[in-house]
Design a protein. Structure first.
Length: 161
């Protein structure tokens, strides 16, 4: 079953590369008492993710935060080394959280996993965005195609805020 508006996020722990090295960060720490925009991509460094989805959130970071959002995070079913390299190469390190759902456990718990084995990617996350308030989903925007970043993009999220 796919998570829905009004549902509480399942508990999970992610790995994230920081300036001080790798760290674990849990859903409680990320979302409790906060208003957070979370967006997910099928994979770091993949074309739509790197050329469209992530850049929109980085370019609109200040505008999103000015709407009462406390934090922004991107999630992918990748390891923390890959997510850390993506954060550094994109200029996003320290601006938003780059969360590694290395085994896809959180993604599967949300019901937002997709098998992209035909394209050589394996099981990954669907492309989506959500607004989370105190751990509860307030908006959920799932792309029909992993190659699109329109309903889950930063511009669409700004309109919702």
């Amino acid at each position: 079953m796919t998570i829905a508006i009004g549902d509480k996020l399942p508990a999970a722990t992610f790995k994230e590369k920081t300036a001080d090295g790798p760290t674990e960060i849990g859903t409680e720490q990320l979302f409790k008492g906060k208003r957070v925009v979370l967006f997910a991509v099928p994979g770091a460094f993949t074309p739509t993710c790197s050329l469209n989805h992530l850049p929109g959130y980085l370019e609109n970071r200040d505008a999103i935060l000015s709407k009462g959002v406390d934090d922004i995070a991107v999630l992918a079913v990748n390891d923390w080394h890959v997510m850390g390299a993506w954060a550094q190469s994109s200029g996003g390190m320290g601006k938003i959280h780059f969360l590694a759902d290395f085994d896809g456990a959180f993604t599967k718990a949300l019901g937002l996993d997709v098998d992209l084995s035909a394209g050589g990617l394996g099981v990954r996350s669907k492309r989506y965005s959500m607004l989370i308030e105190d751990g509860v989903v307030k908006s959920l925007n799932i792309e029909e195609s992993p190659g699109q970043a329109t309903v889950s993009g930063a511009a669409a999220m700004l309109e919702q805020l």
